[in-house]
Design a protein around this ligand. Sequence first.
Ligand code: GLA
Length: 402
Amino acid sequence: MNRSSFLKIIFLFSCVVVLLATFSGESRAWDNGLALTPPMGWNSWNKFGCNVSEDMIKSMADAMVSSGMKDAGYQYVVIDDCWQVSRDENGFILADEKRFPSGIKALAGYVHSKGLKFGIYSDAGKKTCAGRPGSQGHEFQDAIQYARWGVDYLKYDWCNTDTRNAQEAYSTMRDALAATGRPIVFSMCEWGTAKPWQWAQSIGNLWRTTGDINDHWEGKKKWPDGGCCSLGMLDIVDMQVGLEGAAGPGHWNDPDMLEVGNGGMTNLEYRSHFSLWTMLAAPLIAGNDLRSMTPETKAILTNKEVIAINQDALGSQGRRVRKDGDKEIWVKQLKDGSRAVILFNRGAAETEISVNWTDLGYPEHLSASVRDLWAAKDLGKFSGKYSAKVASHETVVLRVTP
Ligand code: GLA
């Protein structure tokens, strides 16, 4: 073969490779190598709102370690809205000097010194939801500043975006983060408005699927300004049904942060909240004051067997396979072939709930071991089905292993 034929073959081969790469799979997941299991951490918003400061964040990082949260897998300490006040004459974002006198870089350093990772918040509009400067028009400048500070996680909100297109706005910040060369988890907070589960896999590591959670069991609540509405925990759960296919390693549906320990639900209800988030392969971002947790709150947030369901490497989001009035069964497939199962009673009275092995995709005659994860108890081997009494608002979490 002469040199020119050889070059032609090489050229044609390269064209085929490029074409295959372009047309194989219509929405390739954005792969920054992060969040291969749902991110776990803590965020200031649910408990503290705008009342954030360097001292509070430092003490929260301390508490994340001393409480056992870090050992249980929680990693990211994220400051939500209100850390920023203005921009300097060159357009760089400035933190509130009164609340963060040592600056954000020093704070990130402190969090890192605890073996944790550091997160921050901005918004795709001109202003954040609390009226602080947003990133619109400053995306690359903000991203480079975050990288210089040592930021590991960005929550990016959707207030004051007017007619902006969500895919364009979030892609711009994704590109800005990627251009820094620093690995930064990208948490999209677009509230599900433009159905991000249909397109965000190629843009972010997680995306909110709904409006904001409110610390109560069920029902919408008007905002203090009369606008509609924040959502009860169960309202959010119902809105996750059907979104399962979008979730997987590196890209997760986000039904909003946890309210466990904030006081608006009973401990049993918080256990259900945590169990359902676990099952949904949701990011586990605690939103309570870690410095003053009750033993009950700590026991919920740090239950390693329940967390292992959430963090399972297969990355499959659980599905509701049965709904019979107030009785529900949810199933999550796990990497070792076993199933996590939730028996959930939404009703006001105790009831019996039975799960059939066929609901789990197993043959009816199969004999399988059943473990109750909240009770930390092996219940034995069962054929065909398992039944349990479930108290009002209780969730029984099982691991069923053939
Ligand atoms: C929006 C978000 C919340 C929180 C606030 C901050 O409402 O959905 O999670 O970040 O803004 O202002």
